[in-house]
Design a protein around this ligand. Structure first.
Ligand code: ZN
Length: 244
């Protein structure tokens, strides 16, 4: 099975279209989205529609939950909060219902998926260190779990020959055949924060157990204009150029 794994999309249509075109060339069996389909960007309906069209397996992110009123935006920064409120106004009832129906986690052939962490996914905790990853790795025991949420790609893993030790790698290509358990953050399609503004997505082959993180250019100017034209905070447009 070959999966394409899409990190936080955040209503960025140009980035999603560029990634889907790249995936078409890669040739995959199925698509996965680790959530945060909406929020920040100005094309929530288009992104949601495209994701449904390609039949991706999608889990619920914190912005998805906030837009449908399932998550208090008290802890969101003012720009994120403004985007959540704007997005909620845009969506049709059937689109809101689609977001509401998204599962918190998904179990697929050869891997699992969550937005923040597979353990207590409803808390939307951030994994930013090996310590942060340990409870999830303990719970998983074995296998590969894909996550997003931080918008920063990283693979945190325990190798089969030293299962007590948690390590990480920032490599774009990772051989997971020696991993007992791994938490793989695929970065973000629509709002990268690793200082590389190109859209990020992952490819995972369950037979070779090879994971690969790819980057693809897209028309940032067009998405930034869309954000400004929608009256969303300008910082949400500016950050796309920097990948922060
Ligand atoms: Zn996000």
């Amino acid at each position: 099975m070959r999966y394409a794994v899409l990190g936080d999309l955040h209503a960025n249509l140009g980035a999603l279209e560029a990634v889907l075109a790249a995936i078409e060339r890669d040739g995959v069996d199925a698509l996965i989205s680790v959530g945060d389909v909406v929020g920040y960007g100005a094309a929530p309906r288009e992104v949601l529609g495209l994701l449904r069209e390609v039949g991706a397996t999608v889990v619920k992110g914190n912005h998805d939950a906030a837009v449908i009123g399932e998550l208090d935006t008290r802890w969101f920064n003012p720009f994120a909060k403004a985007a959540v409120e704007w997005t909620a106004d845009q969506l049709l009832p059937m689109e809101t219902a689609w977001l509401a129906d998204l599962p918190m986690t998904a179990q697929l052939e050869g891997c699992s998926v969550a937005h923040g962490t597979p353990i207590h996914p409803e808390r939307y905790d951030y994994v930013q260190s090996t310590d942060d990853a340990d409870p999830s790795l303990d719970q998983l025991g074995r296998g590969v779990c894909f996550v997003g949420h931080t918008h920063v790609p990283v693979t945190i893993l325990r190798l089969a020959d030293s299962p007590e030790r948690t390590s990480y790698t920032l490599d774009d290509a990772v051989d997971l055949s020696n991993a007992r358990v791994a938490l793989v953050n695929v970065g973000s399609v629509g709002q990268p924060r690793d200082e590389d503004p190109r859209a990020a997505y992952g490819l995972f082959d369950t037979e070779s157990m090879r994971f690969e993180l790819n980057r693809v250019e897209y028309d940032i100017e067009r998405e930034a204009s869309r954000i400004r034209a929608a009256g969303l905070p300008g910082v949400l447009a500016d950050r796309l150029y920097l990948g922060v």
